[in-house]
Design a protein around this ligand. Sequence first.
Ligand code: SAM
Length: 289
Amino acid sequence: MADKMIHPTIATVSATRHILKHFKLRASKRLGQNFLIDRSIVNGIVDASDINDGDLVLEIGPGIGTLTQGLLEAGAHVIAVELDKKLPAVLAETLKGYEHLNVVQGDILKVDINGLMGNRPFKVVANLPYYITSSIILTLLEQRLPITKLVTMVQREVAERMVANPETLTPNDSAKIYGALSVAVQYFTEPRIIFDVPPSAFMPQPEVTSSVIVCDVHIPPAVADEKLFFRVVRGAFGQRRKTLINSLMGAGFERQRLIEAMAKAGIDPKLRAESLRLEQFIALADALS
Ligand code: SAM
């Protein structure tokens, strides 16, 4: 962060305590409120976001403005969507004087994001509320918004699922990490984990270690019918213990049609979903379409 900060940095224990006390706030567990109190982590997220002066950024859940301040100091124009009705008034104080900030009260899963961002390309940067991490990521990606980069703090376990592939080793067989989230994220983006963040970087401390993950959005591979592709992926991982053919029959696909499509795509029906690469899911969906 630059030295010319308008306000003292929010990302410290004392500033966070002071703000919470001053506004009579209590971090809400229900809303996944774990505020960052470590300036070096805020700097790390801002660096990973590769902000150029004037970049448009959608921040999800600005909280009391900790990460928002880092983004604004780096020159971003920030539109921040916050569900907690009490926080816009707090942000108006903690981030008073920063010109390029627009705080919108609402649920990120419900707001018209394209309308909000004026149909312009933008980056998403967020320390996400952990109770809905996957829904937020999938909702953003599936809407085909003009997002160029997604930089998010998520639970480490979710970050590992996002980058997993069929060869990823798992600590034990019951905790398979490659799944529908991995396939969807890798269909839309190139994800990479940047660094881990310990619980001590937050107030209050979460129970788990977190990771910052960068997803560079790319043009998805060609698929004949995208809806069908996602139906196949979700259906395939729906019943992990079953073979691919049985899982997909459970998801409503007809047996003979599956046998023919799998033969066409060169996929052994006795395999399980977790051994299929993204390209194989695409080949299977194309054969079914
Ligand atoms: N950005 C702040 C920071 O890094 O200290 C706060 C991050 S906190 C982990 C998550 C924030 O998301 C909270 O401020 C919470 O109120 C907000 N939030 C929770 N659910 C939301 C939703 N559906 N839409 C928008 N914001 C949400």
